[in-house]
Structures are given as structure tokens and as C-alpha cells.
Design a protein around this ligand. Structure first.
Ligand SMILES: C[S@@+](CC[C@H](N)C(=O)[O-])C[C@H]1O[C@@H](n2cnc3c(N)ncnc32)[C@H](O)[C@@H]1O
Length: 223
């Protein structure tokens, strides 16, 4: 996976880059690159935004600045670029991110995430440069960086070699192995704490019964 993130705050990704599964994915050949539109803006004073036409509060990210940033990095017109790779604009108004979309992105060899700030993107960025518009939930964050990290985290953990234990991503919430249902409850030692006992079936070592119990609990959680 070749993941590029267009952000005015590249330093926000320093912590993310140090997370174990991201380190593993990068060691296995994936890349994570940040592109700062301020480094490519054709405007003076590293300007990237402007007041909205029609009035209103806040500033809007300019289409000419995003165009320049994408052209500088990819050496191709972004209108053409989106036919070659997924370009995801992060927006509260986008398609809700779910496990199916994460799997789709994880299967893509190349992905670019556009992080908005302030009042968001000039709509022409979304219309002409993005192949997808994705929201991580029906609420408004201050910027696209956290949304990009949520998406990238979910995608990276699906890549081969990212998780210490390969099975960890096979049987978990919303996976095919669980028929798209949430995962069953998990317990560890101590078997009893403050009178709260771990279900007996998990302590008995009978694998078929454990499997049945887990499927039933997962089904219950889905309803
Ligand atoms: C303050 S928000 C802009 C909100 C915009 N004015 C609106 O009302 O929809 C700034 C940026 O944060 C990102 N963002 C905020 N909430 C998000 C969400 N729920 N999912 C994905 N991105 C989000 C987007 O990139 C957005 O352009």
C-alpha cells in the first residue's frame, strides 16, 4: 500500500507513524507520505485558503492550491490522477466509513487522503480531484487529520504483516469469519474478580462448545 496524505499539519502523523502495526506495514513495503499544500502554493505568504464566496464564517481551502500540490507531487493533472488511484476527500458529508469500504481501500495498491481544515474544501476539489468522499461519522471534527488516521489505521491493520498475530484480523468484528457481526465478548485472567465470573464454557476447554457460545454471543450483539 502506497498511502499519501495531503495535510496542512504533517506533524500530526508523527505519533501515528510510530504505532506498531504501522511500523510493521512500512517495514513490509508499504509507504506513508505526507504532502503539505503550503509547500506548493502559488500564492504569496504560503496562503492556502480564502473567504467563502457568498459570505459566511471561516476560510475555505482553495482549488488552485490543491491542484498545485497534487500536480507537484504526482506530476500529473489531478483530474487524470483520480482515474489512476483512489483520491479520498475526508468530509463529514461523505459516505460513512465501514468495514466493507476499509477492505476495499486495503485492496487498493495506492491511496491518497485529502484532509480538510477550517470550513473545508472548495467544492471543485471534491468534484474534480476526488474519487471518493468519506466521513468517519456524523459529527464535525476540526480537521481531516484524525479522520485520515482512523481510515489509515483500519486499512494498515488489514495489510499482510501489520499485526503481530496474523489471525488477529481474520476473526474480529464485522469480518467474514463472523458473518459481518460484532465480535463475541473476550475475557482473560483472573477467572473471577469481585465476584464477576468468566462464563464457565470458556474455562472448560471444549472447543466446539466455545465456538457455539461465541457465535451466539456475536449474534446477540448484532441485534
Ligand atoms: C471543520 S471541518 C469542516 C466542516 C464543514 N464546514 C461542514 O460543516 O461540513 C474541517 C475538515 O475536517 C474534516 N472532517 C471533519 N469532520 C469529519 C468527519 N466526520 N469525517 C471526515 N472528515 C471530517 C474534513 O476534511 C473537513 O473539511
Amino acid at each position: 500500500m502506497n498511502l499519501d496524505i495531503v495535510t496542512l499539519f504533517p506533524e500530526s502523523f508523527d505519533w501515528f507513524r510510530s504505532q506498531r502495526h504501522v511500523v510493521n506495514a512500512l517495514a513490509a513495503g508499504s509507504t506513508l507520505t505526507t504532502i503539505n499544500p503550503r509547500d506548493h502554493t502559488p500564492l504569496s505568504g504560503r496562503q492556502v485558503d480564502d473567504a467563502p464566496f457568498g459570505g459566511g464564517a471561516g476560510m475555505v481551502l482553495r482549488v488552485d492550491v490543491m491542484d498545485a500540490a497534487l500536480q507537484a507531487h504526482y506530476s500529473v493533472d489531478p483530474v487524470e490522477l483520480r482515474r489512476r488511484r483512489r483520491i479520498v476527500a475526508l468530509s463529514p458529508a461523505g459516505r460513512l466509513l465501514d468495514e466493507a469500504l476499509v477492505s476495499e481501500f486495503a485492496g487498493a495498491p495506492e491511496l491518497t487522503l485529502l484532509c480538510g481544515r477550517y470550513e473545508g474544501f472548495d467544492e471543485r476539489i471534491v468534484e474534480h480531484f476526488a474519487s471518493d468522499v468519506v466521513s468517519i461519522g456524523r459529527y464535525v471534527l476540526s480537521g481531516g487529520e484524525l479522520a485520515a488516521m482512523v481510515l489509515a489505521d483500519a486499512v494498515f491493520r488489514k495489510l499482510p504483516g501489520a499485526l503481530g498475530h496474523a489471525d488477529s484480523s481474520i476473526e474480529e468484528s464485522y469480518s467474514d469469519a463472523l458473518d459481518g457481526q460484532p465480535e463475541y465478548p473476550q475475557y482473560t485472567r483472573p477467572a473471577e474478580y469481585r465476584g464477576w465470573r468468566v462464563p464457565d464454557v470458556l474455562l472448560g476447554g471444549h472447543h466446539a462448545e466455545i465456538r457455539r457460545w461465541r457465535r451466539e454471543r456475536a449474534r446477540e450483539r448484532a441485534t
